[in-house]
Design a protein around this ligand. Structure first.
Ligand code: RB5
Length: 150
């Protein structure tokens, strides 16, 4: 499985550690983030990973900025993206099982590296359950479609 990873200047170190962690588990990781700690703009990286996910260039995405908020907001502007900011593994798992999240986001200034690894592991081991959740996920897609027609 191919994972796209993106980050701004606040999360270079965490990105590198998460990348290493994922590679050690056999995932292929494509880096769309910055490798510089010079100030940069999180929407650039959020959009890059989001586009890679919807185009199928990668299967899933991981986004990290200071809080995970800005970079996930940017990603969620791309049609087909369901990016969820999670600071603990329970929400991460449920975001996949119920919401069919295709990007997980978190904040390098909010959580530590061990929590970040746990979140990513829990998220990647979870599977979308479909069933009763599908109608609600479809309703989110319908919101996107209504926006396109405005
Ligand atoms: C950058 O200083 C910071 O604003 C950014 O990383 C992120 O936390 C925004 O949501």
């Amino acid at each position: 499985m191919k994972i796209g990873i993106g980050n701004d200047h606040s999360a270079v170190e965490m990105k590198n550690q998460i990348r290493k962690h994922l590679e050690s588990k056999g995932y292929e990781v494509v880096n769309y983030g910055t490798d510089s700690t010079e100030s940069s703009n999180y929407p650039v990286y959020g959009e890059a990973v989001a586009n890679a996910v919807v185009s199928g260039e990668v299967d899933l995405g991981v986004l990290i900025c200071g809080t995970g908020v800005g970079i996930s907001l940017a990603a969620n502007k791309v049609n087909g993206i369901r990016a969820c900011v999670c600071s603990e593994p329970y929400s991460a798992r449920l975001s996949r099982e119920h919401n069919n999240s295709n990007i997980i986001a978190f904040g390098a200034r909010v959580i530590g590296i061990e929590m970040a690894k746990m979140i990513v592991d829990e998220w990647l081991s979870a599977e979308y359950q479909g069933g009763r959740h599908q109608a609600r996920v479809d309703m989110i897609t319908e919101i996107e479609n209504r926006q396109k027609n405005k």
